[in-house]
Design a protein around this ligand. Structure first.
Ligand SMILES: C[S@@+](CC[C@H](N)C(=O)[O-])C[C@H]1O[C@@H](n2cnc3c(N)ncnc32)[C@H](O)[C@@H]1O
Length: 339
């Protein structure tokens, strides 16, 4: 499985050929890339060949593990990892005992017997690390592989805010290894609040792709967070969510001020911001928290800003029905503070 083989709201994977072309044209200095809101990591993965090195950040625990798995430098023993893969796929899940995952998510997000296997694998990976049978990078590869594999069979519409009810869960869980990215370029990984990290990083290009509506990523991907952290908290509600953590200011009414604070503090030559025009969306949770005008105004204070647009037809279930949808890229050439 490759880095883009996961379902993630707001992933820029499909737009990357277009975005990359704009960056190549408009950002001639490309030593260090700063992917401020890394998400899946596909932006860094797709741009790494046109930069000397990269810094990637996201405040989710699961994304940090995924970055360490794909971009890490510590050596991994592929043969050993294949042995784990074979072992996991040959376990008779019916015979396994109940565990934290089957108790909480069985018959909901996953088939009951699959959930027993998922819980068993998570515990086994933890034990292997504690016994030093695997190194930290191998641990990250196995855990990221578990996250990618379970995402494939999850009984959801793509995120974990709710599971699909009243239908038989179709997909079966199969454990498959991810394919780490082979590169000699350095990728520094952070799990921090973007606004705090921005104050201590300097780079050539900052790629800024924050959430633009009230949907909190830590709640959307809580199952992945719970499985990654493995501190087994009490889960509540129909969707079995953990206590709140990493609630983003970008999803609240304070988003414009938070965005302004980030842009002010970025110490880079160019700022690339992606945006789409769903501001007027009918559903309030998908309505943008920052307007187009606010973004333009904030970026213009930092330097000369150009806007690039791409029409994007989103097909509704009816197929004949299309919704007008525009993707935008802003590129700001940051003004030299000394004039
Ligand atoms: C639109 S997604 C980025 C998608 C990414 N460009 C991709 O192509 O996969 C926004 C990301 O910002 C992260 N995020 C939200 N608020 C944050 C904050 N204050 N600090 C760091 N990360 C944050 C979310 O976890 C989410 O992964």
């Amino acid at each position: 499985m490759k880095i883009n083989n996961r379902r993630y709201t707001g992933s820029k994977y499909k737009l990357m050929p277009w975005i990359k072309e704009i960056i190549l044209k408009k950002c001639p200095k490309r030593s260090i890339l700063f992917d401020v809101f890394g998400g899946t990591g596909v932006v860094t993965a797709e741009l790494l060949d046109v930069f000397d090195s990269a810094i990637i950040n996201d405040f989710l625990y699961s994304n940090e593990v995924i970055y360490n798995a794909f971009f890490g430098k510590e050596k991994i023993n592929e043969k050993k990892l294949s042995t784990f893969e074979k072992k996991y796929n040959s376990i008779e899940r019916v015979k396994l005992e109940d565990n934290y995952i089957s108790d909480n998510f069985g018959g909901k997000f996953f088939k009951y017997n699959d959930s027993k296997l998922i819980g068993f694998i998570r515990e086994d990976i933890e034990n292997a690390l504690n016994k030093k049978t695997i190194n930290k990078r191998e641990f990250n590869v196995l855990l990221a592989s578990l996250l990618y594999s379970l995402d494939r069979c999850a009984n959801t519409v793509g995120h974990y805010d709710a599971y699909i009810k009243g239908k038989e869960i179709r997909a079966d869980f199969i454990f498959e290894l991810i394919e780490p990215i082979i590169t000699n370029k350095e990728v520094k990984i952070y799990r921090m609040d973007a606004n705090i990290l921005a104050k201590s990083v300097s780079a050539d290009v900052a790629f800024v792709d924050p959430p633009y509506n009230s949907r909190q990523y830590s709640r959307f991907y809580h199952v992945l967070e719970t499985i990654t952290k493995w501190d087994k908290p009490k889960l509540t509600g129909t969707a079995m969510k953990p206590p709140e953590e990493n609630m983003s200011e970008y999803c609240r009414n304070s988003a414009p001020e938070t965005f302004d604070d980030l842009i002010k503090n970025l110490n880079v030559k160019y700022i690339v911001v992606t945006y789409n025009n769903t501001y007027d969306s009918k559903s309030s949770s998908s309505r943008n928290k920052i307007t187009l005008e606010q973004i333009k105004e904030i970026l213009n204070r930092k330097g000369r800003t150009e806007v690039f647009e791409k029409e994007y037809h989103r097909f509704n279930a009816g197929k004949t029905d299309t919704t007008e949808h525009k993707e935008m890229v802003f590129i700001t050439e940051v003004m030299n503070k000394n004039g």
